[in-house]
Design a protein around this ligand. Sequence first.
Ligand code: UT7
Length: 328
Amino acid sequence: MGAGIAIIGCGSAVPEAVLTNDHLAQMVDTSDEWIVTRTGMRNRHIASPTESLSQLSAIAAKSAIAMAGISPTEIDLIILATSTPDDMFGSACKIQGLIGATNAVAFDLTAACSGFLFALITASQFIRTGVHKNILIIGADVLSRWVDWTDRTSCILFGDGAGAAVCQRVDDDRLLSFGMYSNGIQNDSLNLNYGGDRKLLTEDITAQYGTFNPITMNGKEVYRFAVAKVPEAISKAMFQANLTADDIDWLLLHQANQRIMDAVAKRLKIPQSKILSNIEEYGNTSAASIPLALDAAVRDGRVKPGDIIAASGFGAGLTWGSAIFKWG
Ligand code: UT7
């Protein structure tokens, strides 16, 4: 068998509870009108104390595996892209156990909102080198656990969710091109930093003890970065794949802000009707946003086998990336 990659299944899961713009307006000085106009968001789904990232991921994974028509025991590798694991040692193995992927090896990957795309590209390397045949990639985050609910400039943006996809080794390669990028100079524009207190262990050894601080973000800087870098990354990928904007059937972008998605489409001269957007219902679900949008569009029949999708993720790091692939 050849060493091409196909994405043969997808799945998603979101928590039940819906936090609306009107709810947010009761919590901070904001309004439905401001949030809709500036972001395109109306709702976001929030994980309850009894819902875990691992559970949501397992539901998404099971539905991706069912669509792929394989058994969990046929999965060779699981890559969980998340910044908010249930366990700082990683949650991929927990998910492996929950779905019964007994023959897989599992690990976490952290690249914030670019995580799902980085997981796809990482998976493609294991497939192209012939190491693995079936790889489950998951993008999942529960950023609601780390949002500063008093900061109106960021708390309105984030929701929780999980999305998954199954990549398989095939003869006819359907991953047409990709690129991965990061810029640590702008690292301080979006953070979820550790912030423990000093803890004296002995007379001359001091450690730190505590937890992470809530998210801090320079929204304007992230906005400018996204509108500049995402079209550049997609243009490069189109060039590598020998494609023009007319060849792209769907634009699948990280769902950070509807205005960012519209600006990217405009720069690429891709009609807005080709943007896959679910931002109105889910807000920014970080690593989950791309697979959530993909899964909805595949299941409602918008995305059909053979459609060419230009995807791009971007976020904290700063990280960003692009991938052009044929669905199915
Ligand atoms: O996964 C990546 C994560 N992050 C992002 O992608 C964020 C990218 N950035 C953005 O999406 C936008 O910058 C925001 C939606 C965060 C903010 O929109 P903006 O159009 O850039 O607003 P702004 O920061 O320029 O603020 C405009 C005004 C300010 O008031 P003044 O200084 O003009 O009086 C803000 O204080 O809007 C105010 N403002 C709000 N007003 C009502 C900021 N947040 C809110 C709010 N409700 N929630």
